[in-house]
Design a protein around this ligand. Structure first.
Ligand SMILES: [Mn+2]
Length: 416
């Protein structure tokens, strides 16, 4: 028996921030989740699976029109025509209460109850799926506590949208524990909500398949679904299938060996080649990080716009890649030998060392922070390891950057 486990399709989720960039592949990115969903259906057919289970967040929110629902019912209809049943639970993004529009689903589809745990038996497969969807966006309770114990004669698969025992960057959604999951005696827990693929446990199997398509720069790498093979009532294998059509990626370029802008750009260019090769024909939305103690540091920091545009130019010349962002994080080589520089460095160090000073500086940013759009405040937020804008950590990083910039300017050669 083969079961295809997917979650977090987020079909037609709005794109944020992409249109700000020249040449951004807005339409391709906007449609990527639909194309990945079509790949999911095709994978179910190609692998002749016996069942598809979807652990929530098929949609990002209420449909803005019936187009989203029609697209989805067409995909389910395709599975129907191939005799493949589908069991779905609602997640926080597609909780029943948030939907003003509805469509009749094909009869191969079972949407499990949102008011109590529901079991759907497949006698021909010796399989039962037990799950419960979200009636409302907020789900502070441990739903698994109400799930029935496993049926000893059947393969029991639990289906749930949950943040489990807490994952970094995830709020509490139907929180539960591995002990609670073990206690039910099921063979496989098909979870959703966490967009990064994770096999949490193998006995019993507890799996987040990840989302089918990365939605922004923090959702990097291969995305898809998990193909579960079961024999004699036991899981034989769980295999990740790549279903994404566009891939977010991050490429760090060590600039230590670059003596001038041209040699730096040659390094970037081979980095782009590698990223394109790794994406296996998919469009790559690439974040380029320039790092390292580099002779070219001054050039980068005194003319960052030019450097960014040059990197974007390389991206534009290469098919299959779009430069999402250029981050200049190089350091200067050695120390600038001057009294002035020593003073600046020690002042910055003293500021950073003082929590009070930072807190005082932070106050200076409050007005600014209140005026910028929420979208910008989230951009580069804590979840991708970058400090929140105008937070003490951000100010400390800005101090480092300022010291480097002053050093670059003081040490002469200046503009690129
Ligand atoms: Mn979710």
């Amino acid at each position: 028996m083969k079961v295809l486990h997917a979650a977090d399709l987020h079909i037609d989720s709005p794109l944020r921030g992409l249109t700000r960039y020249e040449g951004a592949p807005v339409e391709e990115m906007q449609l990527a989740a639909r194309r990945a969903t079509e790949n999911l259906v095709q994978a179910a057919i190609d692998h002749t699976v016996d069942l598809v289970v979807i652990a929530g967040d098929v949609f990002d929110g209420d449909w803005k029109d019936y187009g989203t629902g029609l697209f989805w019912t067409r995909q389910l209809g395709e599975l129907h025509d191939h005799g493949i049943p589908v069991v779905i639970v609602a997640g926080n993004h597609d909780a029943a209460s948030d939907f003003s529009r509805r469509l009749t689903m094909p009869d191969n589809v079972t949407q499990l109850s949102t008011s109590k745990p529901e079991a759907k038996r497949f006698d021909d497969l010796d399989l039962v799926v037990v799950g419960q969807g979200y009636g409302a966006r907020s789900m502070p309770n441990d739903l698994v506590a109400g799930f029935p114990l496993a049926d000893p004669g059947l393969f029991t698969l639990g289906l749930l949208h949950t943040s489990l025992d807490g994952r970094p960057g995830h709020a509490s959604y139907a929180p539960t524990s591995l002990d609670m999951l073990r206690g039910r005696g099921y063979q496989y827990w098909a979870l959703g909500h966490v967009h990064k693929r994770e096999v949490v446990l193998e006995d019993p199997w507890v799996v987040f398949p990840g989302n089918v398509q990365g939605r922004h720069a923090r959702e990097t790498g291969s995305k898809g679904a998990s193909l579960v093979t079961v024999e004699n009532g036991e899981v034989q294998s769980v295999e990740h299938l790549s279903l994404d059509v566009a891939r977010w990626a991050d490429r760090t370029i060590d600039c230590a060996a670059a003596n001038d802008l041209d040699s730096l750009l040659a390094l970037v260019s081979s980095g782009l080649d590698e990223a394109v090769a790794e994406a296996d024909g998919r469009l790559v939305a690439l974040r380029v990080r320039l790092v390292g103690a580099s002779p070219v540091h001054q050039v980068l920091w005194t003319n960052p716009d030019r450097v960014e545009a040059e990197v974007r130019r390389l991206g534009a010349l290469q098919s299959g890649v779009w430069i999402e962002k250029v981050k200049i994080e190089t350091r200067r080589q050695g120390e600038v030998d001057s009294e002035l520089m020593a003073g600046i460095t020690s002042t910055a160090a003293a500021l950073k060392a003082s929590v009070e000073e930072l807190a005082a500086l932070d106050g200076m940013f409050t007005d600014f922070r209140n005026k910028i759009p929420a979208e910008l405040r989230l951009d580069g937020g804590a979840s991708d390891g970058e400090p929140v804008l105008a937070s003490p950590a951000h100010i400390a990083a800005s101090l480092d950057a300022a010291v480097d910039l002053v050093a670059a300017m003081l040490s002469g050669s200046g503009a690129a």
